[in-house]
Design a protein around this ligand. Structure first.
Ligand SMILES: Nc1nc2c(ncn2[C@@H]2O[C@H](COP(=O)(O)OP(=O)(O)OP(=O)(O)O)[C@@H](O)[C@H]2O)c(=O)[nH]1
Ligand SMILES: [Mg+2]
Length: 308
């Protein structure tokens, strides 16, 4: 496998019916001097000549296990034995391959576990308004849920440490895999970094697979993973909600009790329960932040000890 300084990496290109683009992608990757045996196409069952285009260039093609892009990444994790990093790159010629060595170099020299190629400038027409908006909303939601400040969580181009990739549960569906990787990385105290890259328009507009439904799936997966990896946000949110309703209601009941003599028993009881539950949730959220910080410290220390 390829060495970049003293790191080995494997370039993985997931494809599903990308016959018009995959040849361009492979030619671009190989033109960088990356050896053929460091490149693998993980295919999801293309039936349009993609497989032949790959074979023509002497690049290895592996059939993915399971379904969806998540299946391709899972397969890649299995293939990445003996390398330090895996660099993913979509097979639709939208991501410039020239950033492959840079992503690895930035990861290696700074000790980052994940380096995302963040789409900073897009060729006109590369992203529809809806696509752009969806991407922004999902990235902002991710930042809110996990306390990060990333700009492109769903990028299809990134370098990730191979052993970190192998730790994943692969529980997301399809295109949610990118956010699952970032979730795992940030919640286990690994280090993530972004490198700005450009984004091209698809060569094959008809090859588009993403729609609103996919965006909603990604969102649902994010929330599910936040609940499991980092419930602080939810406890805080529910607690705040209870207080926002409970406190004014309590004031209303108290006002009438003292100034008009009207006694609201049920409303009073509800206000007390909501206010108490709200305060307790906020305290719990603080506690869980401390626990999370402690977990991260322990994990980092464990890793340091293991590395000797
Ligand atoms: N192996 C595999 N690859 C897939 C699968 N679904 C999509 N891909 C590939 O994953 C990459 C990203 O998919 P795209 O459809 O380009 O998704 P996107 O870039 O978010 O959105 P558009 O380019 O606008 O469609 C492409 O190279 C696809 O061919 C799948 O089920 N299995
Ligand atoms: Mg694409």
């Amino acid at each position: 496998m390829l060495r970049n300084g003293d790191v080995k990496y494997l370039v993985v290109i997931p494809t599903l019916n990308e016959v018009k683009a995959i040849g361009l992608v492979l030619d671009e990757v190989l033109s960088l001097g990356i050896p053929r045996d460091s490149v693998v196409v993980v295919d999801g069952g293309s039936a349009d000549g993609t497989r032949e285009a790959v074979a023509l260039r002497g690049v290895r093609l592996v059939d993915q296990e399971g379904k969806g892009k998540v299946g391709a990444v899972k397969t890649a994790a299995r293939l990445a034995n003996g390398v330090d990093y895996v660099v993913f790159l979509d097979g639709d010629y939208t991501y410039p391959a020239k950033y492959i060595p840079k992503l690895v170099e930035v990861a290696r020299s700074n000790g980052y576990d994940l380096v995302i190629g963040a789409r900073k400038s897009a060729e006109p027409g590369a992203q529809s308004l809806l696509y752009k908006l969806g991407n922004k909303v999902l990235t902002k939601t991710f930042n809110l849920l996990f306390g990060t400040r990333l700009s492109d969580v769903l990028s299809g181009m990134y370098a990730v440490r191979a052993d970190v990739l192998r730790e994943l549960g692969f529980e997301s569906r399809g295109f949610g895999i990118e956010s699952e990787i970032v979730t795992h990385v940030v919640s286990q105290g690994y280090k993530v970094h972004e490198v700005p890259i450009e984004y091209r328009r698809r060569v094959d507009e008809e090859g588009k697979k993403l729609g609103i439904r996919h965006g909603l799936h990604i969102l649902a997966d994010m929330v599910r993973m936040a609940w499991r990896y980092n419930p602080t946000f939810f406890i805080f949110f529910l607690g705040s909600l209870a207080l926002v309703v409970g406190l004014p209601l309590g004031l209303y009941v108290a006002y009438h009790y003292f100034f008009t003599g009207v006694k609201y028993y049920v409303k009073g009881l509800v206000a007390i329960i909501l206010t108490l539950a709200g305060f307790q949730s906020l305290l719990l959220a603080v506690l869980s932040i401390y626990l999370k910080r402690m977990e991260l410290r322990v994990l980092r220390e464990l890793r340091r000890v293991r590395q000797g």
